[in-house]
Design a protein around this ligand. Structure first.
Ligand code: UD1
Ligand code: UDP
Length: 370
């Protein structure tokens, strides 16, 4: 009997990292794969679904402009529950730390459906940084039957949270699977026509909620400063569709000769730019893992990270919201000719076999319990 597995996701990073798992489920005769999109994101997720040719069972389309956490939470609680009652899956998979993640796990728990949490056990150990992601991770791990930890560090965090060792598997991070799947398809996107030939590229992104008040403005000011002192570089900044982010970034950093502000790029286009760039400035979670995987130096625009192995690998340096530190760290990188920061060692996020490991574990689990 084929096991009905429902993958629930709703934002860009979840879609990218669930894509390899969904593709493996679709191709595996042991499973009957279904995908429930919550629609927490719309445009920013559509290209991922198209590029990986993901079969979607249902899209809840919950997104509203400037949506609040209480709105999202309430809408997702009832609508995911209704979808679960209709489909009655054998298992639910959620990914990461968004509101979709936690409400997917909670709704499945209310329906007494087992939950697998992909990318479990990440911790910054600070309740409000990143916010609300740290809280979402803690709560999701607690209600999950299977915790798929990317690293040994994540396993230790789960054990420390009182989660039994039998619920934990260290499987690497499916971002490595996604990068491996995408690399053969990368082609120069149109946006490359705005990059002067021979000009080294700097990629920038920012969106975190805890950076809304002051951080995004500080990063944009740093961008103005750095782009004017380095006319030889081209800064490419795909700006998140959140209006809070866009108003600040476009308000401060528009119309600079060597700064390209653009809408979010489709995943394969973004990965092409990342692969080609000299350095990355970002507050993103997933881009930390991609920088390590693609061997790109990254200045992390955060005070803390739940991905300490990215820092110890040498590729990622924490610079927080401190404009002077952002500028001086960047200058050091320029002075060293964008010297490689990290080592060529083993990727802490695994070898791209995360999806296969997760499927094997789900199969064992369902055979033992059903
Ligand atoms: C969400 C996640 C965050 C994750 C990020 C990835 C929560 C609370 N936050 O943050 O953990 O790092 O996604 O990008 O789960 N918008 C659009 N179109 C889109 C997407 C967003 O217009 O395709 C705009 C809408 O106005 C929306 C706003 O962005 O209301 C915020 O979206 P939301 O998902 O609430 O927060 P993010 O900051 O994207
Ligand atoms: N990304 C993308 N297009 C862009 C910017 C980012 O496809 O214009 C991808 C990036 O490669 C990474 C993911 O989006 O895989 C990270 O998403 P985001 O930074 O929004 O969320 P986080 O990882 O911080 O939760």
């Amino acid at each position: 009997m084929r096991r009905k597995v429902l993958s629930i996701f709703g934002t860009r990073p979840e879609a990218i990292k669930m894509a390899p798992i969904v593709k493996a489920l679709e191709a595996d005769p042991r499973f009957d794969s279904h995908v429930l999109l919550t629609g927490q994101h719309m445009q920013m997720l559509d290209d991922v679904v198209q590029m990986f040719e993901i079969l979607v069972w249902r899209d809840l389309n919950v997104m509203k402009q400037r949506q609040t956490l209480p709105y999202l939470t309430a809408a997702l609680a009832t609508q995911i529950s209704d979808a679960l009652a209709e489909l009655q899956p054998d298992m639910v998979l959620v990914h990461g730390d968004t509101t979709t993640t936690f409400m997917g796990a909670l709704a499945a728990t209310y329906a007494r459906i087992p939950v697998g949490h992909v990318e479990a056990g990440l911790r910054s150990h600070q309740k409000f940084s990143p916010f609300p992601e740290e809280v979402n991770r803690m709560l999701t791990d607690q209600v999950s039957d299977l915790c798929f930890a990317p690293t040994e560090e994540a396993r230790r965090n789960l054990l420390h949270a009182g989660i039994d060792t039998s619920r934990i598997d260290v499987v690497g991070n499916s971002i490595v699977d996604a990068v491996h799947m995408a690399l053969p398809h990368l082609r120069a996107p149109d946006i490359m026509s705005k990059v002067r030939p021979g000009s080294p590229m700097v990629i920038m992104t920012a969106h975190r909620r805890e950076n809304w008040d002051t951080g995004i403005a500080i990063f944009s000011d740093a961008l103005v400063k750095l782009s004017s002192s380095h006319p030889e570089l081209t800064f490419v900044f795909p700006v998140h569709l959140n209006p809070v982010v866009r108003e600040t970034v476009f308000g401060i950093a528009s119309d600079l000769p060597n700064v390209v502000l653009t809408d979010p790029l489709p995943y394969f286009d973004f990965l092409y730019m990342l692969e080609q760039c000299a350095v990355v400035l970002s507050d993103s979670g997933g881009i930390q893992e991609e920088s390590v995987t693609l061997h790109k130096p990254m200045l992390l625009l955060r005070e803390v990270t739940e991905r300490p192995e990215a820092v110890t690998s040498g590729w990622v340096k924490l610079v927080g919201q401190d404009e002077d530190l952002i500028v001086s760290s960047f200058e050091q990188l320029v002075a060293s000719g964008f010297a490689i920061l990290g080592t060529d060692g083993v990727n802490p996020y695994g070898d791209g076999t995360t999806a296969a490991q997760i499927l094997a574990r789900i199969d064992d689990y369902l055979n033992a319990t059903h």
